[in-house]
Design a binder for this molecule. Sequence first.
Ligand SMILES: Cc1cc2nc3c(=O)[nH]c(=O)nc-3n(C[C@H](O)[C@H](O)[C@H](O)COP(=O)(O)OP(=O)(O)OC[C@H]3O[C@@H](n4cnc5c(N)ncnc54)[C@H](O)[C@@H]3O)c2cc1C
Length: 405
Amino acid sequence: MSDFSLSLNEDQQQLRKWVHDFSERVVRPAAHEWDEREETPWPIIEEAARTGLYSLDFVGSIFSDPTGISVPLVMEEIAWGDAGIGLAIFGTTLAVAGIFANGTSEQIGEWLPQCFGTPDKVALGAFCVSEPDAGSDVSAMRTRAVYDEATDEWVLNGTKTWITNGGIADVHVVVASVAPELKGRGQASFVVGHGTPGLSQGQKFKKMGIRASHTAEVVLDDVRVPGRNLLGGKDRLDERLARAREGRGGTRTQAAMATFERTRPGVGAQAVGIARAAYEYALEYAMQRKQFGRAIIENQAIAFKLARMRMLTDAARLLVWNASWLGSTGGTFVAAEGSQSKLFAGETAVAVTDEAIQILGGAGYVREHPVERWHRDAKIFTIFEGTSEIQQLVIARAISGMHIQ
Ligand SMILES: Cc1cc2nc3c(=O)[nH]c(=O)nc-3n(C[C@H](O)[C@H](O)[C@H](O)COP(=O)(O)OP(=O)(O)OC[C@H]3O[C@@H](n4cnc5c(N)ncnc54)[C@H](O)[C@@H]3O)c2cc1C
């Protein structure tokens, strides 16, 4: 009578198994080493490229899945193996999404392949928005792009911070202010290709977690890019600026918010992957570890923790799947479901990994076991791609229709 189902079909099960096998065979065994080295795991990215996991074709296929489920399935499995390596592999998709959302079809055709390179020579993409004084408040951005009519070039100046793959990417998508008086509505995105003079890496950050993922400042010093590197083209930008100056139409802001609702579940899915890894590990440990002559899981104090860890992880996954499905089937987001999923999954990952450490006791606190790493990794999910406070702001505004501060 009804065709509603939460069961995965054959293809989806196969996809999940394929990615899980890669994650179990290649990603998880390498996790400790790259966390300690705090370097981009190039050999793992190359292996992902050889197997087809790191490729435009694969990323294109999962993002165009009409059910929306492929992206969270893949992200959960990879992050189950290791969230830092997962971001090293899939951080490029931030730049890809930026080009895809704002570029013309020619720009998409030109730049997306360059974000991935080839299995013999892999490339990375970076998406550069955040600045030292513009984190949650993107409208405070200071990086400027000025048009040089004589040469049909844009000249970019400014400093971006906390940029995943910043300075080591072959393709940097840079969001800059073209009309500062219009604040958030006076911004545009530019592609800075490999080897462009003036773009350099500033400091590389030493982080608490996801340490296999490279995070750095990107310094733009009189970076000149051809006019055609303005995503969407100049005519569209001029039209948009004119509308903003006349105080008309906030369609681009609405479109950006809708894009976030569609991309946040993918981030939430990574947090689900970490939570699941920690839950599974703690469950196994609690059944093996004996104190007072019995397995520690035989104490309700431990068993109930595991029950809640499982429940929270499953609930987070359902929110993620719901928001992904809504985003891909053209459904309406009425209560910022994408933000809800990312908020809940991020906080779940932090809580579940914290409990996993507790269940392992001293063993949970040392690096011989992975749970302390998972806890360090989990924390970023309440910060990047919109902090937990900002997600709540978005949800509160969506449900009330009011401009909550
Ligand atoms: C590892 C890592 C990778 C990243 N990768 C990228 C990337 O690839 N590209 C990119 O552009 N950026 C990236 N970021 C930046 C990330 O998106 C920002 O850190 C994030 O948006 C928060 O900005 P902020 O750090 O400046 O914090 P702030 O905005 O200064 O916030 C500080 C605190 O104040 C709270 N707060 C701020 N405003 C409000 C408000 N209105 N109401 C209530 N609370 C508020 C925040 O929630 C937070 O708790 C990355 C960051 C990290 C750490």
